[in-house]
Write a protein that binds this ligand. Sequence first.
Ligand SMILES: [Cu+2]
Length: 465
Amino acid sequence: MSNRRSFLQGALGLGAAFAAGPRLLAQSKTSTPRHSNALNVSTITTDVGDMPYTMDGAVKVFHITAEVVRQQILPGKTLDLWGFNGSAPGPTIQVNQGDRVRVIFDNHLPEPTSIHWHGFEDTIQNDGQPGISQPPVMPGGRFIYEFNLHQAGTYFYHSHMAMQEMAGMLGAFIMHPKDAYTPHCDKDFIIHLQEYAVLPSNTVPNTMSMEYNWLLLNGKAGPATTPLIARLGDRVRIRFINLGMDHHPMHMHGHTFHVTGTEGGRIPEAGWWPGNTVLVGVAQARTVEFVANNPGDWMLHCHLPHHMMNQMSSNVGKMTRTSNPGDMQTGMGMLQGTPGAPMGEDYGPAPGRGLGGVGNDPDTATTNGQMSAGMMNMPEMGIAPNANTVPNFPQDAFMESPMMAMDQAVERPENYGLARGWSGYMQGMMTFIRVLPPDKYDEVVGRMREARRANDPYHPIYKNA
Ligand SMILES: [Cu+2]
C-alpha cells in the first residue's frame, strides 16, 4: 500500500514539475490484492508525449497551435508534415472526467482550419465543423473551445479538413474515469496508426494518394518506433487510435489480450472478447488489456504485409537482390557481389520504387556499417547459390535482412539489450512490447531515467520503478 501511495504522490509531484499529465485519482478500497486497488495511471504516448496545461481557476487551459512540422520518421527520412505544437501526431491531452477544459487554438498554417473533438458529447458551438458549427479559423486566427467533460475514455482531436488530417493533424484526448477501471493497469500506452504517401526524393506527403508507402506508429516507422516497456507481471493497457485511410489489424505476440474499450469508452467486462489481433478501423479506437506474464521482446505490429514495410516497392526484386544495374536483365548480378545495386531513389519514378530510405541513404550508410561496397554478396544476404532457379525468387519487395540493420542509428534506452541486428527486421507499423524480468526492467528503465529526455513520455513510470 505504501508503494502505491508513494507512487501516487510521486506522480503528482512530477505532474506539477512537467505542468502536464492528469491529476491522478485514487479510488480507495479496503482489500489489498494487487489489482483490486485500481487507480488511473498516466498514459504513455511513445515518441509523442503529453500536452502541458495551465490552470485558470478550476479550468484546465491548453494552448494548441496548428503548424508545419519537420519530423524525422526514420534516420535518413525527414518529412514536412502539418501537426500540432511541433509534433505529428500532436501531443496527448490527458484530463479527468468532470474537468472543465479550455483550448486556445491558433492557426499558423497558410490556410483555414479548425479542430474537431472526436467523440465528444459537447455543444454544437464547440464541435469544430468548419463553416457549419463555427467559422473556419483563418491563417493567423484563433478560436477558443471550452468543454465540460462528463465522458471517460479514448477520444481524439483532429483537423476537420480531410487533407490536413492526412498530413498529420491529429492527436489523442484521454479522459480518465472518475472511478478507475478495474482491474488496475500498471501501464497505459497510446499508439497512433498513421500512413503517408511520399514520392521518392520528396518530403511532403501526397494527401491525394490512395496508396501509402510509409506506415507509422506514433509518428515513426520501424525500426525507429520506440518499444513499449513492461515489467513481468504488469497489467498493460494499449489504446490503438486510427485516423488514417486504412484499417489495421494490430497483432501482438506471446500473449492473449482482451478488447476492453472502443472510441465510445469502456466495454462492460461481460462484453470483453479475447484475441491476439484487433482490427482498428478508420476513426476507431480499440483498447486492449493483458497481463504481461510471458517474458521476451514480443513484436507488436499491424499484420497487413504491406504495412510491415518501409517505402513499399514493386517490381524491384532483382534490384534488391542483384548488385550491378547492368545485370538486371539476366539477374546474374547477385552472383558477382559487386557494389552499385540500384537501390537509391534515383532509379525509379514510382512511389516506393527506391528502397534507399532505409538502406541506401547516405545518412544511414555510414551509421549502418554494413552498407558498404560488397554488401550485396550472397553470404551476407543468406541467399542460396541456386536462388535464381527457384520460382517466386526474387520476390518483389525484399526488405528484411541483417544488411538493412541500423541498430546504432535508432539506439535509445528502450532498445537496450535487443538482439544484435534486430533493426533489420523491423519496418513500418512494427514495434515491441518488451516484457522484462525485474532485473532487466530495472536496468532498462534506469537507462531511460538517466537519459533525462525533455518531456519524456515515459516519465510517469520512473517513480514506480
Ligand atoms: Cu495496417
